[in-house]
Write a protein that binds this ligand. Structure first.
Ligand SMILES: C[S@@+](CC[C@H](N)C(=O)[O-])C[C@H]1O[C@@H](n2cnc3c(N)ncnc32)[C@H](O)[C@@H]1O
Length: 237
């Protein structure tokens, strides 16, 4: 039987730079209108939001709709923001560790976990990627919603969507995965063709992960495609 090949909508470097600038401006504007101590209704539930923390956007809903968490799994949510995916995962998981580099995110995510009565299941930790974890901590699932615009972030908030070196971040992510994901575990993540998608796919291959599921979403930005990946080293997951 012929193997199914997934087609990705790769952009040229010039297109990526132009559309990344556009995406950056939209994200910046969307966050400038958020009031301190306000709420947002997402998937019929209320969440506290803050102008200093990434607000849930269509890409968050997209990964939420694709996310697969089985009963009693141990989950790591890397870059939790206001805690949306960690809270969703906690409804099934036995335990969730949620990390973020933004201290304001940790504060608001803890409050949202209380609001959703899942505080006893989630532990929030401040830090860069896997840094807040102990050596022996391993997970069934790692959720990752990384920044993908290759630009210098001008504030802690902007680290949610921009990084000066996305390729290095992807490399560091897979180094951490190899320490903290169970042999038969899964990665549930999203990425965009406005970021270095080819480099991500290269790391997936080099680290012997198989793409179990791919799902794509178009955005308001012409030619942008956000991709959901379910990855595992085991084919039967
Ligand atoms: C695109 S937002 C996603 C937030 C949330 N998971 C969601 O889907 O709504 C990315 C999040 O990752 C965090 N982040 C960015 N770089 C990070 C790093 N190196 N280590 C930990 N968290 C990071 C940001 O502060 C931000 O909250």
């Amino acid at each position: 039987m012929k193997k199914k090949v997934t087609q990705f909508n790769y952009l040229t470097q010039t297109e990526r730079i132009r559309l990344a600038r556009k995406s950056y401006s939209i994200l910046k504007r969307n966050h400038s209108i958020i009031r301190e101590h306000s709420c947002a209704k997402v998937m019929n539930s209320l969440f506290l939001v803050s102008p200093k923390v990434f607000r849930i956007n269509p890409s968050s809903i997209f990964i939420a709709n694709n996310l697969k968490i089985n009963h009693e799994e141990k989950v790591l949510d890397l870059g939790t923001g206001i805690g949306f995916l960690a809270i969703l995962a906690a409804k099934k998981a036995s335990k969730v560790i949620a990390t973020d580099i933004n201290p304001h995110a940790i504060v608001i995510a803890k409050k949202n976990a209380e609001l959703h009565h899942v505080s006893s299941k989630i532990e929030f930790r401040l830090g860069d990627l896997f840094e807040p974890l102990d050596n022996g901590e391993i997970f069934d699932v790692i959720i990752w919603t990384p920044p993908w615009l290759e630009m210098e972030p001008k504030s802690i908030l902007e680290k949610a969507w921009a990084s000066a070196n996305i390729s290095l971040m992807i490399e560091r992510f897979f180094q951490g995965v190899n320490f903290h994901l169970k042999k038969e575990g899964r990665i549930e993540m999203i990425f965009s063709n406005l970021g270095p998608l080819k480099i991500l796919l290269n790391h997936i291959r080099l680290n012997n992960f198989k793409i179990l599921t791919v799902s794509k979403m178009r955005t308001r930005i012409e030619k942008e495609e956000i991709v959901f990946f379910r990855l595992s080293k085991e084919s039967g997951k």
